[in-house]
Ligand binder design. Structure first.
Ligand SMILES: Nc1ncnc2c1ncn2[C@@H]1O[C@H](COP(=O)(O)OP(=O)(O)O)[C@@H](O)[C@H]1O
Ligand SMILES: [Mg+2]
Length: 260
């Protein structure tokens, strides 16, 4: 059992890998138009840990998330969720795994406008024919601070509230891992801080595992660890980041000419 700087006991925190890439390469196109988006990337995302992925635009951040989440095929190497090797799965099994074990949060909230907040949150489970665990759902809704807004449709909610609905939707099914690609990219700084604080709490209090792409050193400072990508390779790995230490790292990459 460890005590975090926030004084929270985290007995659920283990060193098991929720996801792991080993020598993962992803090549788009052929011949002259070939792009090596990921170049033999090896990285492990531990359970109940919050990891930020940073790097210049085009460095492979989204590709890494998509490959690890089974949304894109890989060219070589290995991508695992828990003990499951994604490359061995046929389409149907892969769809099931994505549905049951993986949550996504995208920059565009992707909420259905005709459904209210609660209906949007439970939609993936409704599609899967699964019943939401009521106690868990209550906890998620209370933690995102949406208890009074469940009957509202997306156009009746602020951007921050809409993104919190999207976060709650990802958490509701208790996935083994959540991938978030710039989840605060469309939010003002106050709404962004709300969402980031909530994501961090879900890691601390619920043992959720989160991997989040961001451009923002302040957003990255909410994470336990920052992995830096450049030209499809991992170039640095920083623990217990602060906005200043992240900014410092980014400046050093810029100095080497790796600008976005
Ligand atoms: N579907 C695709 N077809 C061809 N090239 C792609 C595709 N998706 C991404 N790329 C290329 O792969 C590289 C990495 O892209 P991406 O992972 O989106 O970077 P990031 O998210 O870090 O900005 C870029 O050079 C991009 O142009
Ligand atoms: Mg991207």
């Amino acid at each position: 059992m460890t005590t975090t700087p926030f004084g929270v006991e985290t007995a659920h925190r283990t060193s098991a890998a929720a996801a792991r890439a080993t020598d993962l390469s992803k090549v788009y196109g052929e011949g002259e138009t070939q792009v090596i988006a990921l170049d033999s990337v090896s990285v492990e995302f531990r359970q109940a840990e919050y990891t930020a992925i940073m790097g210049p635009s085009g460095s492979g951040k989204s590709t890494l998330m998509h490959c690890m989440a089974g949304l894109d095929t890989i060219s070589s190497g290995s991508a695992r969720i828990g003990d499951v090797e994604l490359t061995t799965l046929k389409d149907k099994k892969l769809t099931q795994l994505r549905r049951d074990k993986i949550g996504f949060i995208f920059q565009a909230f992707n909420l259905l406008p005709t459904l209210n907040a609660l209906e949007n949150i439970t939609l993936p489970m409704d599609i899967a024919g699964r019943k939401a665990d009521a106690a868990w759902l209550d906890k998620v809704v209370a933690t995102v601070g949406l208890a009074g807004r469940l009957k509202h449709r997306p156009n009746q909610l602020s951007g921050g509230q809409q993104q919190r609905v999207a976060v709650a939707r990802a958490l509701a099914g208790q996935p083994e891992i959540i991938f978030a690609d710039e989840p605060t990219g469309n939010l003002d700084s106050r709404s962004g801080a709300e969402v980031l604080g909530f994501l961090r709490n879900s890691v601390r209090e619920m043992g959720q595992t989160i991997v989040m792409v961001t451009h923002d050193p302040v957003a990255a400072s909410y994470a336990d660890r920052v992995v830096f990508l450049a030209d499809g390779r991992i170039v640095d790995d920083l623990r217990n980041p602060t906005a200043d230490s992240v900014l410092d790292r980014m400046k050093r990459f810029d100095a080497k000419g790796r600008t976005s």
